[in-house]
Design a binder for this molecule. Structure first.
Ligand code: BGC
Length: 285
């Protein structure tokens, strides 16, 4: 029998579903099945907190866990809520979830969690330079990771393109809503990702979200100078990334004795990514 790896727990909150699972932190895989509940409508802090408590309860999880949120989260406080109830803005999400579950919680943006998972175990693993992980779902999420360091809360899905918020045309939800062909949607994706690559000059785009399962239908239609690959952890990336960062935060707390660690205090490298610092730059010159 293979030895049991370190385990963590992650909950991924999306506009349509709330999913949780136990995570093998060494392999970046789910231990057993995930449990999914439809996002309550209206998706208020109280309603979502109750679902998160039921997901944690379903697994009998007892320990720190990570939770993603589909908006900007700084120091455990929700700052934006484009696709969930506006009542979230200003809510202390970590506090709310700790109250209903009795567990220590680290909360972070959903795309940031997916990015951490992809760079630790997935499509961006071992890739140099600037990686932009972009999730196409109800909205468009963005994680920027430069040489193992996450720049959190990049809200590039809301870039204004042709006078409109980009995610109103280029998200996976926009394609479904408007019944767009892959070709038509790809033209919106081209416009969006060309804008992003002209602003950031990334070394790699990793495209995630549920629709990345069908990457062969639209990635070949894109005209970008930046290499593009599909995410490999797909819909599990958020759960895995959240669990990784929660475990890293718990470790930091144990080492520092501070009980108020947030995601800002732990690096992607703490979660398992090999970091090469600027002063360790291996390039000549
Ligand atoms: C939100 C982002 C989120 C993305 C994917 C956007 O509308 O503003 O914070 O990462 O949707 O859920």
């Amino acid at each position: 029998m293979s030895p049991v790896g370190r385990q963590g727990f992650g909950v991924d909150i999306g506009g349509s579903g709330i999913k949780g699972a136990v995570v093998d932190l060494d392999e970046g895989t789910l231990v057993g099945d995930r449990f999914k509940v439809a996002t309550p409508q209206p998706s208020t802090p109280e309603a979502i907190s109750a679902v998160v408590a039921s997901v944690v309860d379903h697994f009998g999880w007892d320990g720190p866990f990570g939770a993603t949120f589909p908006g900007a989260v700084t120091s455990g406080v929700v700052r934006t809520a484009a696709n969930v109830d506006p009542g979230w803005v200003g809510a202390d999400i970590e506090d709310l979830f700790t109250k209903v579950t009795g567990q220590a919680v680290i909360a972070l943006n959903d795309a940031d969690a997916a990015g951490v998972a992809e760079v630790t175990f997935g499509a961006a693993k071992g890739r140099d330079g600037l990686v932009v992980i972009s999730t196409l779902g109800t909205g468009i999420g963005t994680a920027l990771i430069h040489r193992g360091v996450l720049v959190p809360n990049c809200e590039l899905g809301h870039l204004e393109i042709d006078g409109r918020d980009a995610e109103t045309k280029a998200s996976a939800a926009a394609r479904e809503r408007e019944g767009m062909s892959w070709e038509r949607w790809a033209r919106h994706l081209d416009r969006y990702y060309q804008t992003v690559e002209n602003l950031l000059w990334p070394d790699l785009f990793v495209i995630g979200g549920g629709v990345s399962r069908k990457a062969d239908k639209f990635l070949p239609l894109l005209h970008l100078r930046t290499p593009v690959v599909a995410a490999t952890l797909r819909n599990e990336a958020g759960i895995v990334g959240a669990a990784l960062l929660a475990a890293a935060a718990a470790q930091t707390e144990a080492a520092t004795g501070r009980a108020d660690t947030t995601v800002d205090d732990v690096g992607v490298d703490d979660a398992g990514v090999d970091d090469v610092g600027v002063d360790e730059d291996p390039r000549p010159g």
